[in-house]
Ligand binder design. Structure first.
Ligand code: DLL
Length: 434
């Protein structure tokens, strides 16, 4: 279902006109109200009169994660604090967290973006949406919550974890849509099997999964195990949370809610703008945000923009499934490796689970990088003879070598020994002091 045909199926030229009008307002407002932006634009030598068309956005300076950290907590507020009604924050595993502060109108836009996203995956008023994204400062829980309220469906705000209760609620309330991270969906399937619960006998028909990179192979696996359609949803705290972009029933890229969030792709090294279809770093400008508007925010996420008609009828541009993040990319002996490539390769190998942990270290004598990949063997293969396990190990070794172009030390571990996650998974330990 298309929630808001007027905005989602808008004529492209009319949309660009709207985007430009919103951009112009935004730049003018933040220049006058937020000292940080005044300084930034002045330093870059950009005047308001320089912004005469949408393409002029490329003249504006970028905003980065460190800008957000330097102005923590309220340095980027563009309204009086009394107008702020909700706060969210990113997990901040690598330093000061980044803050998103919402006015009532921002919450309404977020709910709108999420309602469009959920409707795009087939949700409607009659659905019961069991929301297993974490509630709290993380945007996953509240984002789906606000969107479900707007859609008028029933929300089960169960939050993440408590897997047995999740399964009971799915059964008792006949939840039709389930939302969580892809890694948690996989773990739920594992628990269900242990408890002898057939997920396919439940009423769930779709899952809306995101907040971390996942592969097409992982989608197929989840769809098979759950007997559902698994949709990809994207968002980030800085821009608003989930709902910035989401797949429709065609499942060929995520439609960006472009009237609210303006996407660009840049070359991450040079900052140069790249045309639609070329892969690079995703950059967003918030077009209607009041609390903490962002101009050309560098997400560090890698993808490309798909600017082709979609069979669903929406005219919004789409982003391809994410390839990873510029800062997730491991450089091992000079070769770029994304954790999602490892997952993609593992999923195709029989006898292992897509649960892995990669540890990278630097040999103190040779000064060369060494990477060990722990891979979990499936219960069936684990009971096999040692020689079969050795053949499995050597197979993983050669698949990794051919897919990644680098040799990893493969260590097979017993079933269910690698940590499971109810939220975002952590699969990399980098011990190198670079
Ligand atoms: O993860 C918001 C969210 C919640 C999105 C629930 C989808 C569902 P943050 O914690 O700020 O916000 O993390 C944002 O997570 O820059 C990406 O690197 C990654 N990410 C989010 N969605 C996807 C996805 C939420 N579908 C960061 N595929 C982003 C790959 C994703 N990576």
């Amino acid at each position: 279902m298309i929630w808001n045909p007027e905005k989602e199926c808008m004529d492209k030229v009319a949309r660009e006109r709207l985007q430009f009008a919103r951009l112009k307002n935004l730049v003018e407002h933040v220049y006058n109200v937020v000292p940080f932006y005044k300084q930034k634009l002045d330093d870059a030598g950009v005047k308001l009169s320089d912004i005469t068309c949408l393409a002029d956005i490329a003249k504006l300076p970028f905003t980065t994660k460190s800008d957000l950290r330097d102005t923590y907590p309220y340095g980027l507020l563009a309204v009086p604090q009394a107008e702020i009604v909700e706060i969210h924050m990113s997990s901040g595993t690598t330093g000061t967290p980044v803050v998103d502060a919402y006015t009532e109108s921002d919450l309404n836009d977020w709910a709108e973006a999420m309602a469009r996203s959920l409707a795009g995956t087939g949700a409607c008023k009659d659905d019961t949406i069991q929301n297993a994204y974490g509630y709290g400062l993380f945007t996953g829980g509240m984002g789906v919550h606000h969107g479900t309220r707007k859609l008028g469906a029933t929300i089960i705000p169960i939050s993440s974890g408590n897997t047995e209760k999740q399964l009971t609620m799915l059964r008792d309330f006949k939840s039709s849509i389930f939302t969580c991270t892809p890694s948690y969906a996989l773990y739920m399937a594992e628990r269900a099997k242990e408890l002898d619960i057939d997920l396919k006998s439940l009423n769930v028909r779709a899952g809306v999964f995101g907040a971390e990179p996942w592969s097409e192979g992982m989608r197929q696996k989840i769809e098979e195990l759950w007997g559902i359609k698994a949709y990809d949803i994207y968002g980030l705290t800085e821009i608003t949370g989930p709902g910035v972009a989401c797949e429709c029933e065609v499942q060929k890229g995520m439609h960006v809610n472009e009237d609210l969030f303006y996407p660009e792709i840049i070359n991450p090294e040079t900052g140069e703008s790249l045309p639609d279809g070329e892969k690079g770093e995703l950059v967003f400008t918030t077009l209607t945000k009041q609390g903490t508007p962002l101009i050309r925010y560098r997400t560090r996420d890698i993808t490309y923009i798909i600017n082709e008609d979609c069979a669903c009828g929406r005219t919004t541009r789409r982003i391809h499934r994410l390839f990873g993040r510029t800062d997730d990319m491991l450089i091992i002996r000079g070769i770029n490796v994304f954790p999602s490539q490892i997952e993609n390769a593992l999923i195709e190998i029989k006898g292992v689970e897509p649960n892995y942990l990669i540890t990278v270290d630097r040999n103190p004598i040779t000064h060369l990088d060494e990477a060990e990949l722990q891979v979990e063997v499936s219960a069936e293969s684990f009971s096999d003879e040692t020689k079969n396990l050795e053949a499995l190990r050597s197979n993983i070794d050669s698949v990794m070598k051919s897919k990644l172009g680098i040799h990893l030390k493969i260590k097979l571990v017993e079933p269910k020994t690698i940590e499971r996650f109810t939220g975002k998974s952590k699969r990399v330990i980098d011990k190198r002091k670079l």
